[in-house]
Design a protein around this ligand. Structure first.
Ligand code: AMP
Length: 215
């Protein structure tokens, strides 16, 4: 049976996993399997009382809100879009940094009427255009947003931008900044009370590691 004091940390594969593991290592937590090599979804670590669950980035807030994971590592873009509203967000890890932006075709034709916006960030886009008083039809997509203006599906897109190379390669340019994005440590509210010492110790060690310049 699982020790009731075991900490479960939810994390997604890819950029966030790669950048967050050196930070968790500062708290003595190193995965014993590589999720890219293994099909296991629960990964034990060098600390017997800590395990990782490997899930989709957009599912991380849900696992943490319901307490299936005590902690999670999620991008601010995912948190803004999530309906999980009872999470603690105590630590900005300053990793996987990028910007959530609107982007337009370089040769945009003059728009009349309702703006059509393609994005996987439907909730955030709706909020952004409403705040600006712009009437927008939000078209929800699950990937390759850059294609939408090129084939007449949308006038513009809302997406995360790092170097801007993907936009450029598709004849688009970044226009308005919606939010600066980085990954955050999130914590389940009940876990924060019930596992207070273990969670605080982990957050302290990770926070110290975040402040150190990369070796
Ligand atoms: P870039 O060409 O460097 O601007 O990267 C743009 C693409 O990389 C976007 O369309 C995203 O899919 C992805 N991307 C860049 N940064 C991040 C990030 N921090 N988190 C998630 N996806 C990202």
């Amino acid at each position: 049976m699982q020790n009731p004091q075991t900490l479960t940390i939810a994390v997604s594969k890819g950029r966030i996993y790669k950048d967050s593991m050196p930070l968790l290592a500062a708290a003595g937590i190193e995965p014993l399997d590589d999720p890219d090599q293994s099909r296991k979804l629960i990964i034990p670590t060098t600390r017997e009382d800590v395990r990782l669950v490997i899930i989709r980035a957009t599912d991380v807030p849900t696992y943490v809100e319901y307490g299936a994971a005590d902690l999670g590592i999620a991008g601010k873009d995912v948190l803004m879009e999530s309906d999980a509203d009872s999470l603690y967000e105590p630590l900005d890890l300053n990793i996987a940094c990028c910007r959530l932006m609107t982007a337009l075709p370089e040769q945009a034709s003059h728009r009349q009427g309702c703006l059509r916006v393609a994005t996987k960030y439907a909730k955030t886009a709706r909020w952004f255009y409403a705040k600006k008083g712009i009437k927008a039809e939000i078209i929800k997509l699950y990937g390759s947003m850059e294609l939408a203006p090129l084939v007449g599906l949308a006038d513009c897109i809302v997406d995360v931008v790092d170097t801007g190379n993907t936009l450029k390669a598709n004849g688009l340019y970044a226009d308005e900044l919606i939010a600066h994005i980085s990954s955050r440590m999130i914590v389940n509210q009940a876990s924060m009370k019930l596992k207070y010492n273990a969670i605080h110790d982990l957050l302290d060690k990770v926070a110290t590691a975040c402040q150190k310049p990369a070796a």
